[in-house]
Write a protein that binds this ligand. Structure first.
Ligand code: PEP
Length: 254
């Protein structure tokens, strides 16, 4: 069966009350419905609290960011060693909000990717084009270049046990209607490019979609052959909507 992974990216949202309520409901529903493909990406400050709450469950936890250094004089940063120390399994790398708001370029993203891989956590590499790039027919080129930057530096094997999230920048945080076939085409393109390097990796790699995902479009997305799950922002903050998404995704979990 096709793999599908659902990640809730809470971004800069949530508080103790929200977390207690959400995680209690999530644990109940996950057990009741036997769902095993959910990952939560809360703000860094709540990671440990959530990991403790989820310790007897199959829900995994993801950091939204990490520093390029392991330790030292880097005020305000969090290292991959620290994330590993508290039990984090996944790290978002290259989210467009970090590329844009924090000037993270391909070189910085590669360094983050590298340190995450070297420390045996799983990077979720976010890629995607801006609206102007799309308008100018550059979608495939941009996506390929963002992945290829890392492949060129580290070799194709680095994509083993890693996740790619195709997140067109123009679709993030909006409520736009999605062209499923267009998205499927891009996913297929990404997979076909990886195929040229390594057939096995291209078959096994999880390529998620992110951008304006809701309970209304989840079905059309997940039935596409090359979409292995979704990265959900806004809709993951509303528990009832997120529940509908994960319940539907159960049809595609391994
Ligand atoms: C995201 O931030 O990764 C995202 C996909 O956001 P949204 O679902 O709100 O578009």
């Amino acid at each position: 069966m096709k793999k599908s992974l659902i990640i809730a990216n809470w971004k800069l949202n949530g508080n103790k009350y929200f977390i207690n309520d959400y995680i209690k409901k999530l644990l109940y529903e996950i057990n009741k419905n036997k769902i095993n493909n959910v990952i939560i990406a809360p703000p860094l400050i709540y990671l440990q609290k959530i990991i403790e709450k989820l310790k007897n469950s199959n829900i995994k936890v993801c950091a939204q960011n990490v520093d390029i250094n392991l330790f030292g004089a880097f005020t305000g940063e969090i290292s991959v060693a620290m994330l590993k120390d508290i039990g984090v399994k996944y790290v978002l790398i290259g989210h467009s909000e970090r590329r844009i708001n924090h000037n993270e370029n391909d070189e910085i993203i590669y360094k983050k990717f590298k340190i995450v891989k070297e420390n045996n956590l799983i990077p979720i590499l976010c890629i995607g084009e801006t609206y102007n790039e799309k308008k100018n027919g550059k979608t495939k080129e941009v996506c390929y270049n963002q992945i290829n930057y890392i492949i060129k530096k580290m070799g194709i094997k680095v994509l083993e046990n890693c996740i790619i999230a195709y997140e067109p920048v123009w679709a993030i945080g909006k409520d736009i209607s999605i062209n499923y076939l267009e998205i499927q085409k891009i996913h297929k393109f990404i997979r076909s490019k990886i195929y040229l390097y390594d057939k096995k990796i291209s078959k096994e790699i999880v390529i998620q979609y992110g951008g304006s995902v809701t309970d209304k479009n989840i079905k059309e997305l997940l039935i596409q052959p090359d979409i292995n799950g979704v990265l959900v922002g806004n809709s993951s903050l509303n528990f009832d909507i997120f529940l509908k998404i994960i319940k539907f995704s159960k049809n595609f979990q391994n």
